[in-house]
Ligand binder design. Structure first.
Ligand code: FER
Length: 266
């Protein structure tokens, strides 16, 4: 388990990592609708399939969640996600995976409108657990050429989506072996609720990643989680980087986190 450290030092993403390159193979982005029994309507997600995606192969899946001001388009519109991933594939740095960008506000009106901190809107982020496990993942696994099982599923997200990833992922280790919280928001449950049995969680996790910008007002959330995990000897990566609550940080996180996913142990 060489990827695990309690404090991880890594360099910033390589120069040009988010710049479009003419000469490389491209993955594809599409918007798909699925029927959600949880919400009672059709919901949208975006999906990145890697260069050369073919139903003759099977792929792992990263479910990647947005923040409180976003929706299923957020990582696509703000992070050059496709370009970052295409560039990493061109450098042979990523395992074969598809990346699903869900809408994590599981409610009838899931647009980021009005007061985003309304109790019913925040409830939508909680309801997403059922939508993800019972509607969205089954849809992906019956419509895409993907590998089934916890070791082939990762859940990560930024801020509100980071909190969701820790809350949902750590409560459902039967579903996810790879979990990441980027600049996780105060929707993150208390560490002792998230990891009540440190030894059991440690034994099942392939990767638990926490990261946050050093200037982020929400860093106390990640600090508290990191302190608990360290005290209870739960293997994890803690990546404290320069920056605040913004896309430079989250793009850098995507760049590093994605390269750790679905790698075989030596
Ligand atoms: C909060 C502060 C920030 C909070 C959520 C956020 C639920 C989310 C921020 C984001 O997603 O960028 O108190 O409480």
């Amino acid at each position: 388990m060489s990827a695990f450290n309690n404090k991880w030092i890594c360099h910033y993403a390589k120069e040009g990592y988010d710049q479009y390159q003419e000469q490389i193979s491209r993955g594809e982005m599409e918007t798909i609708e699925y029927l959600s029994q949880t919400v009672g309507n059709k919901r949208k997600m975006m999906i990145y399939t890697p260069p050369g995606y073919s139903s003759e192969w099977k792929y792992s899946v990263l479910y990647l969640l947005h923040g409180i001001g976003g929706d299923e388009t957020e990582w696509h519109n703000h992070a050059n996600l496709q370009t970052i991933l295409d560039n990493l594939y061109a450098d042979e740095k990523l395992a074969p995976m598809i990346v699903v960008l869900p809408n994590g506000r599981a409610m009838l009106n899931d647009r980021p409108e009005g007061n985003l901190f309304d109790a019913d809107k925040l409830k939508g982020f909680e309801n997403f657990e059922s939508d993800l496990l019972h509607d969205l993942i089954p849809f992906i696994e019956s419509n895409y050429s993907v590998l089934i099982g916890r070791e082939h599923r990762a859940l990560a997200g930024l801020s509100m989506g980071g909190g969701q990833s820790l809350n949902i992922g750590l409560a459902n280790l039967d579903y996810f072996a790879w979990i990441g919280g980027f600049s996780s928001a105060p929707n993150t449950k208390e560490p002792e609720l998230l990891v009540p049995n440190p030894a059991a969680a440690s034994a099942r996790l392939k990767l638990l990643w926490l990261s946050c910008g050093d200037l982020d007002n929400l860093k106390y959330v990640s600090d508290k989680m990191h302190a608990y995990l360290t005290m209870h000897h739960v293997m994890h990566i803690w990546y404290e980087e320069n920056g605040s609550h913004d896309w430079l940080v989250w793009k850098n996180d995507l760049y590093h986190f994605s390269q750790l996913l679905f790698q075989q142990e030596d």
